[in-house]
Design a protein around this ligand. Structure first.
Ligand SMILES: [Zn+2]
Length: 362
């Protein structure tokens, strides 16, 4: 995570998950001959006056079919299995605590294979959760528009994606960003409609990098994943330092004239390791520096040249030190630009100085 963002509590948006958990709790006591009568298993705000499933006061046929199919499988389970399933629904409600605590091994029982085995059926749970998620995300019955709008307002003013720090999160007036399921819903279906498991991200992070990766496991081994939300309080910067140590600046060495950008992220710990693994951070940052460094260098040299601060290396470095500090929020918006300036400061030579200055003419 580049930074942690603020969790938005919206009771309407959360309520579909409550209705689901309530249904499971009530269905524990159903016997195998019981019929599916919604009024017996749902809270009244989920029903219309005729006792039909109607969260929007209009009968919802898809919900009815999916809940009924699930119910007809669930009611036949032994009491032990029903209770175990319910316990897993409850464990899911605090799934946020599982991401960073690798000693919680029961997370394995939240996987679809285990749940299907418990139910003795491979279809009904997936179908139910898919129907619920589709309704939650594509209609506005559950107030997702307000949820996104509040979420967007709480982001730092740069509106940069907290997972990459590179792309902007879509403006709330232009649409809605992807809601990534931190625990992938295809594999952890009980968290498919749980708001603490949704992380709006830039579409590149969601679609090109994280995709269906399992944040809990890598090749069968539990791993640490930094939970992206601050549940109480505003967004929070991570204490990260990015540097380009070991890189080769383009145009300096005959054998590597194109240059080579190496990204180092400190601290190098479990949190940054998973971040890198899931979002290919170093590859993306390296590519970003490759594309942008010329512009960063030109802008610096141009600014320095206005008052003749680029006449020698010493003057230039001293100017660059001041130039960097004028961007007080660099740490959020331009971490790589700062890393680039730090890099050229550390390895400044006559050749590099001349090369960078020649860019203004080029
Ligand atoms: Zn991103």
């Amino acid at each position: 995570m580049y930074y942690l963002y603020q969790y938005v509590k919206n009771n309407k948006f959360r309520s579909l998950n409550f209705h689901f958990a309530y249904f499971i709790r009530k269905a524990i006591n159903a016997s195998k001959d019981d019929e599916f009568i919604p009024a017996n298993y749902f809270y009244k705000t989920f029903l219309n006056e005729d006792g039909e499933i109607a969260p929007n006061k209009k009968f919802n046929q898809k919900f009815h079919v999916a809940f009924e199919n699930f119910f007809n499988v669930f009611k036949k389970l032994s009491m032990v299995k029903k209770k175990e399933f319910y316990d897993l629904v409850i464990l899911t409600q605090s799934i946020n605590k599982c991401f960073e605590n690798t000693s919680i091994l029961t997370v394995q029982n939240l996987q679809i294979a285990y749940l299907n085995n418990l139910l003795g059926n491979n279809k009904v749970l997936k179908e139910l959760m898919d129907v619920l998620w589709l309704n939650l995300s594509s209609s506005n019955v559950w107030d997702i528009s307000t949820h996104y709008s509040d979420f967007y307002d709480f982001l730092p003013s740069t509106k940069v994606c907290p997972f990459c720090g590179l792309m902007k999160i879509t403006d709330k007036d232009l649409g809605r960003e992807d809601y990534d399921h931190i625990a992938y819903k295809g594999n952890y279906p009980l968290s498919a409609i749980l708001d603490i498991n949704f992380a709006p991200t830039c579409c590149k992070c969601n679609r090109n990098y994280k995709k269906q990766q399992d944040v809990f496991y890598k090749e069968g081994v539990r791993r640490f994943y930094k939970y992206p939300f601050v549940l109480k309080g505003g967004y929070s910067m991570q204490t990260l330092e990015i540097n380009l140590n070991g890189s080769t600046h383009p145009g300096i060495e005959e054998t590597c004239i194109e240059g080579n950008w190496i990204i180092n992220i400190c601290p190098d710990n479990q949190s940054t390791k998973t971040w890198e693994e899931i979002y290919s951070i170093k590859t993306r940052y390296s590519s970003w520096v490759k594309i942008e460094w010329t512009r960063w260098a030109k802008e610096l040299v141009f600014a320095a040249s206005i008052d003749n601060n680029n006449t020698d290396e010493e003057k230039f470095i001293s100017y660059m030190q001041k130039y960097k500090t004028t961007y007080s929020n660099f740490d959020l918006e331009y971490p790589l630009r700062i890393a680039y300036y730090n890099f050229i400061e550390n390895c400044m030579s006559k050749k590099l100085f001349n090369y960078i200055n020649s860019l203004l003419i080029a």
